[in-house]
Design a protein around this ligand. Sequence first.
Ligand code: NAD
Ligand code: MG
Length: 389
Amino acid sequence: MTGTINKKRIAIFGSTGSIGTQALEVIEANAELFSVEILTAYNNEELLIKQALKFQPNVVVIGNDKKYSKVKEALAASDIKVFGGEKALEEAASMDIYDLMLAAIVGFAGLRPTLKAIENGKMIALANKETLVVAGDIVMQKAVDNRVPLIPVDSEHSAIFQCLVGETRNRIEKIILTASGGPFLGKKPNFLVNVKRDHALQHPNWNMGAKITIDSATLMNKGLEMIEAKWLFNLEPEQVQVVIHPQSIVHSMVVFEDGSIKSQMGLPDMKLPIQYAMAFPQRIPNKLPRYNFKKPNTLTFEEPDIKTFRNLTLATTALFKGGNLPCILNAANEIAVFAFLRNRLGFLDMTDLVERTMNKMPFIKNPTLEEYFESDGEARTFAASLIHM
Ligand code: NAD
Ligand code: MG
């Protein structure tokens, strides 16, 4: 008996990010349940090396080729295999050395490795929502074909997933995604026009990577989540609703046909949905603080201000129209956020950029995977051409 026989072998794609590092904390606290087999990062080689030395994975991948030799050298004395470059991410995902992939790369870059893991029959704990926004139909179909469970890590979708346990035969009337509203809740365009990156990076309830923090400030994050929910739970666009809930205690809700509403609640801490997805179908105990109903705190709910936060309207259009439009929306948004973070685009200009790109790119009703990749590339090129560098 080695004692490792029954451990779930985890591959963390995007291990140096906000989700990746929290997942490693969960694994460290539950070393009898999980082992780390693959760690990947793009740029942060220092942290990747540190993580590798500590968790002793089988394989490490650094996406940025230029950093390969540094990682290779630092791990030369160990038996950890080191690979470099974006193709290596897909190759690692295809290896038969793990049971579950935590898909925690940010953006479109997460799509290809996740597809490879699904084709390889691996269970997915999905943090990377962009994967479903870009090519949800193909990803979900591949998951069905390969009998791969896709367990959401996004807190709202984890909440819905948890509400649906034991309800497989019952029809969903609708789902209600809660949104904190971000740091600019209640603000109007005359305020938002002057917002700079450092202010937008201050989220009231969650500490996350830069891209999703900006998406939360513009409400694009909730728009992406509407599309993510449609695919995960096989819903019609009409069944997806958004409500602002600034305290982030109710993580989302499901309304059933009898009018009964289930919600999943708790303090906002991503370790909860991360550990739920990794241990599913088990729940594992932890020492995280609990929400206290005796401490005076009012839970409030309100309509989103879609006139000010027009990204929600754009995402709703993409949700209803489908085809390659969500892919185009996502690509333009990635360019917009990237430019905003470098002070090359104003806060409200991000929405204009997405809108103009959506209006410009040719619509494809039922794209192939190749056509999704092409739409992504063309939308990026067009969106970038609108930014005066
Ligand atoms: P992050 O920016 O903190 O980390 C991203 C990770 O992806 C890093 O390890 C980075 O090295 C890697 N990466 C970045 N670009 C890459 C590329 N081109 N190729 C390969 N790897 C690359 O992001 P995050 O906040 O941890 O978010 C990760 C994903 O999880 C996102 O899709 C986000 O929407 C989703 N998510 C995050 C949170 C959260 O609390 N942070 C909550 C819900 C969902
Ligand atoms: Mg979320």
